[in-house]
Design a protein. Sequence first.
Length: 188
Amino acid sequence: MSIDNIISDEINNEEKVKNKLILLFFMEKMEIPLTKNSILDICSLENDWISYMECVSIIIDLSETNFIYKNQNIENEELYSITYEGRNCLAQLYTRIPYVLREKITEYVKKNKLFVKTSQEYTTNYTKNDDGSYTVALRIYEPMISSPMFEIKIKAPSRQSATEAEQKWKRLAPSIYEYVYESLVNNE
């Protein structure tokens, strides 16, 4: 092995450590369980903090070393959260992340946390029925609970009306849930 290879390995290893810390820092700032797709989209596609393939590898590494853990929701989506060990590691090594990047991540989280949270908590999907109509499933998940805390299935006459229901759900889910809950459960 040549000196160049050794130096290259050290540089690559240092870069990988920094990228792991970036991911831990981001997850700590978000404070909510995140789907793998959310992590990849935010860290790799939206912000280019970590390359996509590196991010996939880091998620696996951090999960295997117990710095993050995963649960699955009812739709078999994996939800990742930072562990105590991950927070402890980050507390000791966060200065390896450049200050400017820490500020960018913090600013991103401040601006987008609510959107990310609602996109994961208010889910929808639709399926086509034999009669040509569509069944739209609208769900609300509570963080760290694998089954929905609220679910409605409605029949839509067309694909367009099914997609419109999906789009409206993200905006109206909290008020619909509140109305149903107050009407049925908290009725005094």
